[in-house]
Design a protein around this ligand. Structure first.
Ligand code: ZN
Length: 93
């Protein structure tokens, strides 16, 4: 997913701006893995293989997302402790 695309995305629920955290990037700076967080409703939208997962809650599969979020949290621990903690909080909900 390219950065230009990222800029036009907003939260599908409340249309608030999303904050992007990048976990892995390709050499041409495309975001391969990462997540958006919505400051107003606290939802988290993962980006998997360059594709943002922005389905409504009822189509989200927490069980499937969990291992991914746990791995990202570990990867981010050193470089972005705030984002790492945010991921863990999401897992606790
Ligand atoms: Zn929101």
């Amino acid at each position: 997913m390219k950065t230009e695309t990222i800029e036009i995305l907003c939260c599908p629920f409340d249309k608030s701006d999303l904050k992007l955290t990048v976990v892995t990037q390709s050499l041409d700076r495309e975001v391969l893995e990462g997540f958006f967080t919505c400051e107003s409703c606290n939802r988290l939208y993962p980006i998997v293989q360059g594709i943002p997962i922005m389905n409504p809650d009822e189509y989200r599969e927490g069980k499937l997302e969990r291992p991914l979020l746990e791995r990202w949290s570990k990867q981010l621990e050193a470089k972005d402790a705030v984002a790492s903690r945010r991921l863990l909080e999401t897992l606790d909900q």
